[in-house]
Design a protein around this ligand. Structure first.
Ligand code: ACO
Length: 429
């Protein structure tokens, strides 16, 4: 008879233990009972970078990396990208359900009416150097918002959490747009509540002297689709940062500043920026074989390829490829696209990439769209952070209301010196 448990024999003393298996997982703490002597700490697991450790139970986002499946609350990403909007998807992620007509109206109304920021925000934006990276500005501005909303510290009050969710989703696009306008030395554009979430964002970025900004509907839709695709991706580096920082019960603005920082890195949300630089450096199709040779020799990576979870084509990359065609019809062709397509073709036929199951990820094509839409490269990770705010808040809410969760505090294997005497500076070598 099969049993849902694991029998482990400790060969150091011949003792056997039965460890329960639940959801195809064992609890690491069940190993602690395995000791040779009473004073032993007990066995731990060693898992740098959490390759095989689940840090939470979640009902938000499902990924099957081998098959290339991504679902938010059970709904395939392809359906959401085709039929939903970013704000509706944000509601789905945060509440668990698609809204009905009235709920969507309410939700949109609340988020839209929290897009304005305190006038003082403009003052500290002005303090940044003209060439400050917008991601640095966004990190700092998000942290600063915590000082405007001290009540957000009441994280156990569901009403306070709801208000913070509206504020963060509403204001992050305003902060991002202000960062962009500051870098150009242009006046800030206030939100236009008549426009959609992505339409208003384009307004705050690109409006000039016209009395009312009318976003191009194709570009507005494309940006909305990109926002849907980037809204959540379960326990990635920045989401783990959000949960980990939030587990100290700090206010969510401060936790989110940490999550944005994690996203900034070139191995995570900064990869789309790195992809574009890489394509520009390659410069022409005939240089691709040489570039691939260097990657295979360990001299750099093929940015926008590979993923910790996907060992198949990233489903988001497929949707982005289609969206790119629609955008290029409006903006004109991006010459880097040809290099990207050829690079993908060569890599997907190359033994090195096949063996390691390296496929294009979400960042491989998104930068080309952003560039065609006139975004500077430094804004790319910011465009990732804006929609991810919905995922971060959904994950944070789930963590705060999960009775299993405590302050995140991993263990270490200490391999350093012990009990050495302090040597006065004059007697050291
Ligand atoms: N180019 C070349 N080789 C690669 C690449 C790549 N992009 N990605 C992985 N490899 C190789 C590794 O060198 C390693 O080879 P080895 O077995 O001979 O040592 C093997 O493939 C396995 O790679 P790991 O680094 O162990 O995979 P890991 O899961 O730790 O890393 C990551 C995943 C960080 C995404 C990695 O694939 C990478 O650096 N890719 C490029 C950056 C990028 O596009 N990041 C965006 C990810 S998506 C996102 O965050 C939204």
């Amino acid at each position: 008879m099969s049993k849902n448990s694991l029998t482990v024999t400790d060969n150091r003393n011949g003792k056997s233990y039965e460890i329960p298996i639940e959801n195809e997982t064992i609890r690491a703490i069940d190993l602690r009972q395995m000791k040779v002597a009473d004073e032993d700490f007990g066995l731990m697991t060693y898992d740098p970078a959490f390759i095989n450790t689940a840090s939470c139970k979640s009902k938000i986002t499902f990924i099957d990396g081998d098959q290339g499946i991504l679902e938010y609350r059970g709904i395939p990403i392809e359906q959401l990208a085709e039929k939903s909007t970013y704000l509706e998807t944000a509601h789905l992620l945060i509440t668990g359900e698609l809204p009905n007509v009235n709920q969507l109206k309410d939700w949109t109304n609340h988020v839209t009416h929290h897009t304005y920021v305190h006038e003082n925000v403009k003052k500290f934006m002005d303090g940044f150097h003209h060439d400050a990276h917008p991601m640095g500005m966004l990190v700092s501005a998000m942290a600063a918002l915590s000082t405007f909303y001290p009540h957000a510290k009441n994280i156990h009050d569901p009403e306070e959490r709801r208000m913070t969710i509206y504020r963060i989703i509403g204001k992050i696009s305003t902060l991002a747009a202000f960062a962009y306008r500051h870098s150009l030395g242009m006046p800030y554009v206030y939100p236009d509540n008549d426009l959609s979430y992505s339409g208003n964002f384009l307004n705050m970025l690109f409006r000039m002297a016209e009395p009312k900004y009318q976003p191009n509907p194709v570009l507005e839709h494309a940006l909305d689709v990109l926002f849907i695709l980037h809204a959540d991706h379960e326990q990635n580096c920045s989401t783990s940062a959000m949960r980990s920082i939030g587990s100290s019960h700090v206010d969510p603005y401060s936790a989110m500043a940490g999550a944005i920082s994690a996203l900034y890195g070139p191995l995570h949300g900064g990869a789309n920026e790195a992809v574009l630089k890489m394509l520009q450096e390659i410069g022409s199709k005939d240089k691709i074989p040489d570039f691939i040779k260097k990657v295979k020799a360990g001299e750099g990576k093929l940015m926008g390829f590979g993923h910790r979870v996907y060992k198949n084509y990233d489903p988001r990359a497929k949707i982005i490829k289609k969206t790119a065609d629609q955008v290029f019809e409006v903006t004109g062709h991006n010459p880097l696209l040809e290099i990207a397509l050829e690079l993908e073709k060569i890599a997907l036929e190359d033994e090195y990439f096949i063996k390691r199951k390296l496929y294009p990820n979400v960042d491989f094509y998104s930068g080309l769209i952003y560039q065609a839409m006139r975004f500077p490269v430094s804004m790319f990770p910011v465009l990732f952070a804006i929609p991810r705010a919905a995922g971060w808040m959904a994950q944070w809410e789930e963590m705060i209301t999960d009775a299993d969760q405590k302050i995140a505090r991993p263990r270490q294997i200490y391999l350093g010196h012990r009990q050495r005497d302090y040597v006065p500076i004059g007697k050291r070598n």
